[in-house]
Design a protein around this ligand. Structure first.
Ligand SMILES: *Cc1c(COP(=O)(O)O)cnc(C)c1O
Length: 387
């Protein structure tokens, strides 16, 4: 039986998949089971931050697999300590909780915010404001947090205590920030929502209004974090620091890993027995994460993310069919004038280019390691489709 048939008869049909069986990858090129090659402008969904099978990453991960693949969180491991210390040093946070995905990182942040408020003010201050058009994950709680109605079917009852306000609408935010609210959770650039950046005035207002009332700010940087926008955190482009930041996707170069980072004020909120994860902080994922941090901290790689992002953006803007390009660094979304983004992505696949959509835009999340030559090759394919 061929793979696609076997797959579909054994695996739940939760995804709309393209008819492509991925076999292997090297650097920025993926290869399917028939030996066809693809330039990857999606890097998974921003997960393979160093491309496929980057040498240093492979060495770190394989070395760890051969030494200690896992131990329970009843014990300590050096590699988890090393990874946590480096993350805290780079981001300026005080303490981290490790899970295995973005949704888990956000669950941790949500629990932390509610407990912070409960410890200090008692019951009744449990609401969390999230933004319309946001995306925070697929667990029941993070779905409830997600501010898109399409995610709020079937699975009733949802988790209570989430209030949605319009992104970039300070008045709407002000109106909802009452004394039932313990946190505001934002994506600096809404990823799944269509690569929609928050503007500086709104971000400033979030921090100022929350600061006045001891309301925590949670930044969901699952997609924007770990160098994606040209700074380690997208929040580094702004002048305030979130109390809690969540990371996942690209953090371990394609291995499951999520992190919830807390500042000095929040570092002790989740004490013994209040949270946990069997696999959280897995040594192999931590080793992969350290290799990603090594890459980002060596040379001027974040500067290059900015420069390559500008280069890609300008190339896209040269294409007549593209109306505008949003986003920062190597997280870009291109609006099309007449064509349908999903159809363009399907056609690109046939021509050897992997791409993503975000709502009605084409979305670009190439590996941070992509070269100018590969950008040019991918753009040439895209141009051919869009002309
Ligand atoms: C992908 C994503 C998530 C969910 O991450 P999973 O690893 O799929 O659980 C949460 N928030 C944002 C902003 C994301 O882009």
């Amino acid at each position: 039986m061929d793979t696609i048939k076997k797959f579909d008869s054994n695996i739940m049909g939760t995804y709309g998949r393209y008819p492509l069986v991925m076999e292997k990858g090297s650097r920025e090129t993926a290869t399917d089971e028939n030996g066809r090659q693809y330039i990857d402008f999606g890097s998974g969904i921003g997960t393979n931050s160093l491309g496929y099978c980057n040498e240093n990453w492979v060495e770190a991960v394989c070395g760890q697999v051969k030494t200690l693949q896992h131990t329970s969180n009843y014990y300590y491991t050096k590699v988890q300590a090393d990874f946590a210390e480096r993350l805290n040093q780079i981001t300026g946070y005080s303490a981290v909780f490790f899970g295995n995905s973005g949704a888990e990182a956000n669950e941790c942040a949500i629990k932390l915010a509610r407990k912070y408020s409960f410890d200090k003010y008692g019951k009744g201050r449990h609401n969390i404001i999230t933004l319309k058009n946001s995306f925070h994950g697929r667990t029941l709680c993070t779905l409830s947090a997600t501010g898109q109605d399409v995610f709020h079917d079937y699975f009733f009852p949802f988790v209570e205590g989430f209030i949605n306000v319009e992104a970039n609408d300070t008045e709407d935010l002000k109106a909802r920030l009452d004394d039932t609210v313990c946190a505001v959770m934002i994506e600096y650039i809404q990823g799944e929502g269509g690569v929609v950046p928050l503007n500086k005035d709104f971000v400033d207002a979030v921090f100022e209004l929350c600061g006045e009332k001891d309301i925590l700010v949670i930044a969901d940087e699952v997609q924007t974090g770990v160098g994606r926008t040209g700074k380690f955190l997208a929040g580094d482009h702004f002048s305030h620091k979130a109390n809690v930041t969540t990371l996942a996707k690209g953090i371990a170069g394609g291995l499951p890993m999520g992190a919830c980072l807390a500042d000095e004020r929040c570092r002790n909120v989740l004490g013994k027995g209040t949270h946990g994860s069997t696999f959280g902080g897995n040594p192999v994922s931590c080793a992969g994460g350290l290799a990603v941090l090594d890459f980002i901290q060596s040379g001027n790689h974040l500067q290059q993310v900015t420069e390559k992002g500008d280069y890609l953006r300008n190339k896209l803007l040269d294409i007549g069919e593209i109306q505008k390009v949003d986003g920062m660094g190597l997280m870009l979304g291109a609006s099309l004038k007449t064509k349908n983004a999903s159809e363009v992505v399907a056609e690109a696949l046939e021509k050897g280019l992997l791409m993503l959509t975000a709502k009605d835009k084409l979305r670009f999340l190439p590996p941070l390691t992509i070269t100018y030559e590969e950008i040019d090759r991918g753009i040439a394919i895209l141009e051919g489709i869009l002309k």
